[in-house]
Design a protein around this ligand. Structure first.
Ligand SMILES: C[S@@+](CC[C@H](N)C(=O)[O-])C[C@H]1O[C@@H](n2cnc3c(N)ncnc32)[C@H](O)[C@@H]1O
Length: 297
């Protein structure tokens, strides 16, 4: 914690917690979020929370501010990660603001799939990799961590998202290992034609009509530019399918996350394109088709 800290008395924080719990129950919000929220903003530990708050704690924000923030959680359904400005993801604690999608646990598995895919062709691990639609930079940072000898490129159309991704890279001393580009999908990477070993992306894939059905937390607070995949949800994925062959080397990896139910359609798009082989639809841990992996012929 770098800001000057405020001491909050145990009794006052206990009372705050009881108030926050009552609010959460009434609003059908998991009580676990309160513990996470407190641990993110104060010096309270999991043990303190388990045993009951019986010592004064240091906090980044005042008790009044804790109350204001929790009210935003309950009344406006602001995601708790935006309220505290960070989220855990794989081995990282990433800065997040409403300019970026909050990276999801299911996206973590993309990195494991990339690792498995390089087992069969270790030379790929020293090549050029791109995270298209980097958002907070989550995938790009993990690629640096897992493929230290690769050159990592990260693209996003949103300048505000790139700003957050750069901050995250800086926080982990990775600024020199990731090249950031503002632009649409492959467009800023023209010089990399025929040179890329792998492309990873978690593109917008939700059909436009379904956006209002998303949880309020997502629909009202996360950037629609990160979610809206056009009429059938596949607008951006079609671009990734059609343009990647110009950029990937033979044997290069094409790997994306998608929405449950899109796996077979995307596999078909890849197959019809004619430039891919080893096309696989991969399920997530709940058994839903969630990722598609292919190789450039
Ligand atoms: C679903 S979010 C994924 C963010 C991050 N990769 C993750 O997994 O948490 C999609 C990202 O794609 C970006 N995006 C949308 N359209 C784009 C485009 N045409 N070109 C590049 N990036 C785009 C959005 O700004 C957003 O950051």
């Amino acid at each position: 914690m770098s800001k000057s800290l405020i001491l909050i008395a145990a009794t006052a924080l206990s009372q705050w917690r009881e108030w926050a719990q009552a609010q959460a129950i009434a609003a059908d919000i998991s009580l676990g979020e309160i513990n996470w929220f407190l641990q993110a903003l104060t010096s309270i530990t999991a043990l303190d929370l388990k045993l009951g708050i019986n010592r004064d704690v240091h906090s980044q924000v005042s008790l009044t501010e804790l109350k204001n923030l929790w009210q935003q959680r309950v009344e406006q359904r602001v995601p708790v990660q935006y309220l505290v400005g960070k989220t855990p993801w794989r081995n990282f604690e990433l800065i997040v603001t409403p300019s970026v999608l909050i990276p999801r646990p299911e996206t973590e598995y993309l990195i494991d799939l990339a690792l498995e895919a390089t087992d069969q062709n270790p030379a790929l691990a020293t090549g050029h990799w791109v995270d298209l639609g980097t958002g907070s930079g989550a995938i790009a940072l993990s690629l640096v961590e897992q493929f230290p000898n690769a050159t990592i490129h990260a693209v996003d159309r949103s300048a505000a998202a790139l700003d957050i991704a750069r901050k995250n890279a800086k926080a982990y001393g990775m600024s020199d290992q990731i090249q950031f580009y503002q632009g649409s999908w492959w467009e800023p990477l023209q010089e990399m034609q025929g040179k890329m070993s792998a492309m990873l992306a978690n593109p917008p894939y939700i059909p436009s009509d379904l956006l209002p059905d998303l949880q309020t937390e997502v629909f009202c607070h996360e950037p629609h530019s990160a979610l809206d995949g056009g009429e059938d949800g596949l607008s951006d994925i079609r671009i990734l399918v059609s343009e990647a062959p110009n950029f990937l080397i033979s044997g290069g990896i094409w790997l994306i996350e998608l929405m449950k139910g899109q796996g077979q359609v995307v596999a078909q798009l890849l197959s019809q394109n004619g430039n891919y082989n080893n096309i696989q639809v991969v399920d997530d841990f709940s058994g839903c088709d969630r990722y598609v992996l292919a190789k450039r012929r």
